[in-house]
Design a protein around this ligand. Structure first.
Ligand code: SOE
Length: 385
């Protein structure tokens, strides 16, 4: 058995660094997502070789001068600025990455695309379906590549689930049950743009519910109706703390979507389960290397089995890690950025495995329907434009 078959060793690729095209990166945002994305750009060239393109961290923008200067030094950007327009007009930048607050998604992302830069934008794409639709339409009209950073599509276990469902291994899908639970929001003294209605648009809904909606769409299909309840428990908070929703899929499956930032003890529990006529799958982000699989195939030892999903055993990305060498949450961004760079280098498609701005818009239509349903007390039908 060769090292490659065993999944170990370095890829036998000897291309010189100078033979791989470089792409200049401009980053908006230096906080959590700025860090997660910068980390991904820096890892691309040593986690895979040759990379589709060699990211060069050109400039980072943020509103606080001291913080953005510090971030530039720490993450390795050549320049920093407090005005995102400097990045959008910088000819050295080929890819604009928007990890800023939701209120800063539309204008800079559209401006960057209209200046000819490929764009990646954090979720939720916009603060409403209208805003998300406008971002998608304006950016798509430019012809650049666009990716909405629904990073959980890039968990190898999630990809395996998608491939199993697509291959019909679960039969007809009947149920989707998804919940994203965190507890950091249970602090009335905490201030963050994520709690400001004008900057965030919504609370747990856009922050966490959008991820659940995206994976529901990615794994099961388009959502057609929704009945929902939203709650704000903390006095003075401008946005929702929690959402409960029952949904119907276009092809007939039914499901539930729940998200909250007040589930004490649940730090980052993104869990989902799918039941079909031939079996079930279940997943928990806190155990992201594992997929729970149940097959109703007459096996006498029936029951959920835990599959350790890893590169080489379940090929996802050539020469990541050997079999069973587990990965972490930060690697989902490395996979995601690699996928986008591949699409840029080959002029290939971001879809279906990556989320495009159309996916960002479609998730936003479901979010808006959840808000309408909670306000009206009735089941809402979703109409996609
Ligand atoms: C905060 O709730 C947060 O950082 C989200 O904004 C991310 O999208 C999620 O992946 C982790 O939690």
């Amino acid at each position: 058995m060769s090292e490659k078959q065993a999944g170990i060793g370095a890829r036998p690729e000897t291309r010189a660094v100078g033979e791989i095209d470089e792409i200049g990166i401009g980053m908006l945002g230096y906080a959590f997502m700025g860090k997660a994305h910068s980390n991904a750009f820096r890892k691309i060239s040593y986690m895979t070789w040759p990379p589709p393109l060699r990211p060069r961290l050109v400039a980072i923008a943020g509103r606080n001068e001291e913080a953005v200067a510090g971030a530039a030094q720490r993450y390795g950007y050549e320049r920093w600025t407090t005005d995102w327009r400097d990045i959008v007009s910088d000819p050295a930048i080929g890819l604009f990455d928007n990890g800023g607050p939701n209120s800063l998604h539309a204008e800079p992302t559209i401006a960057a695309a209209e200046a000819g830069k490929h764009v990646v934008c954090e979720k939720p794409l916009g603060r409403s379906a209208d805003e998300s639709h406008a971002i998608w339409q304006r950016v798509a009209a430019t012809g650049v590549k666009h990716l909405c950073a629904f990073n959980y599509r890039f968990v190898p276990a999630v990809r395996l689930a998608r491939e199993m469902i697509e291959a019909g291994e679960l039969g007809e899908i009947r149920h989707f049950r998804g919940r994203y639970l965190q507890d950091w929001g249970d602090d009335p003294t905490l201030d963050s743009w994520r709690f400001h209605a004008d900057e965030a648009g919504s609370g747990a809904l856009g922050d966490l519910g959008a991820h659940v909606i995206d994976l529901a769409r990615f794994l099961v299909g388009e959502i057609s109706t929704v009945s929902a309840l939203m709650r704000t428990f903390l006095a003075g908070r401008q946005v929702d703390d929690a959402v409960e929703a029952a949904v119907e899929f276009e092809h007939g499956a039914v499901g539930t979507i729940e998200c909250t930032r007040l589930a004490l003890g649940r730090r980052n529990a993104f869990q989902w389960e799918i039941n079909g006529s031939k079996g079930s799958l279940a997943f928990d982000m806190e155990r992201l290397n594992e997929l729970q699989v149940f097959r109703a195939d007459g096996d006498r030892a029936r029951g959920f089995k835990t599959v350790l999903v890893s590169e080489a055993d379940h090929p996802f990305w050539d020469f990541w890690w050997p079999p069973g060498h587990i990965i972490g949450w930060g690697e989902t961004f490395v996979h995601e950025i690699h996928h986008l760079l591949r699409a840029i280098a080959d002029d290939g498609d971001v879809a279906p495995y990556g989320a495009t701005f159309e996916d960002g818009y479609r998730a936003a239509e479901v979010c808006d329907a959840i808000v309408r349903s909670s306000e009206s007390g009735t089941r809402e039908t979703i109409t996609y434009r």
